[in-house]
Design a protein around this ligand. Structure first.
Ligand SMILES: O=C(CO)[C@H](O)[C@H](O)COP(=O)(O)O
Length: 218
């Protein structure tokens, strides 16, 4: 089974968490693209969606799902999104697509975060995938120095601006044994918008696609 088929398989499995005629939280990435395709294929009618990126908003509109402003909802029952890494406690690294801040905001107001990914995303310890950190452009150098002092190698994501008008620093070489502490530490630095650790608000359900079928971890 190729990588795209695994994404399609796990995306389809996430449909069981979708209640028709409700407002759904929808994340960003190639697995979420497959999920939006699966929604269209299954003909599930939604009242609307709160989405974590301009990219997903466009794709949702194209299949006829109305986009709902985050300020017009108090809570979502379900948020479906992908991840770049998942540890055994369902802490995540996200932000490979650069949508980490909006993803964190939407996940935070959702009762259930359903994470969809293929088995290659499972790790024992987070840190194999470079940790994305969204920063205000004026603080780029100051934050890069602090991240380097933590032991990471810091690289500016060249030519990329987030949907919020900021830049992303990708930090490789970290071995993240205490994701909650690291998430809090980095987020306290002035100039950081947020980092890609989803440890304080982690996934509630993880669906893993593999050639043997979809596994549900909760
Ligand atoms: O966090 C994300 C975007 O900011 C994505 O969920 C993450 O990068 C996984 O993407 P993909 O499904 O393409 O592997």
């Amino acid at each position: 089974m190729d990588a795209h088929s695994l994404k399609q398989q796990v995306a389809k499995a996430a449909l069981q968490y979708v209640t028709p005629n409700t407002i759904l939280g929808v994340g960003t990435g190639s697995t979420v693209d497959c999920f939006i395709d699966a929604l269209a294929e299954a003909g599930i009618a939604l009242k609307g969606a709160v989405s974590s990126s301009v990219r997903s908003e466009k794709k949702l509109r194209d299949i006829g799902v109305p986009i709902v402003d985050m300020n017009d909802v108090t809570e979502l029952s379900v948020y479906v999104d992908g991840a770049d890494e998942i540890d055994p406690a369902y802490h995540l690294v996200k932000g490979g697509g650069g949508a980490l801040t909006r993803e964190k905001i939407v996940a935070d107001i959702s009762r259930q975060f359903v994470c969809i990914a293929d088995a290659s995303k499972l790790v024992d310890v987070l840190g194999r995938f470079p940790l994305p950190v969204e920063v205000l452009p004026m603080s780029q150098q100051a934050i890069a120095r602090k991240l380097t002092a933590l032991g990471g190698q810091v690289k500016l994501r060249e030519g990329f601006t987030t949907d919020n008008g900021n830049v992303i620093l990708d930090v490789s070489g970290l071995r993240i044994t205490d994701p909650v502490a690291l998430e809090q530490t980095i987020n306290h630095w002035p100039g950081v918008v947020t980092n890609g650790l989803f440890a304080l608000r982690k996934a509630d359900v993880v669906l893993i696609g593999s050639p043997e079928g979809v596994r549900t971890l909760r």
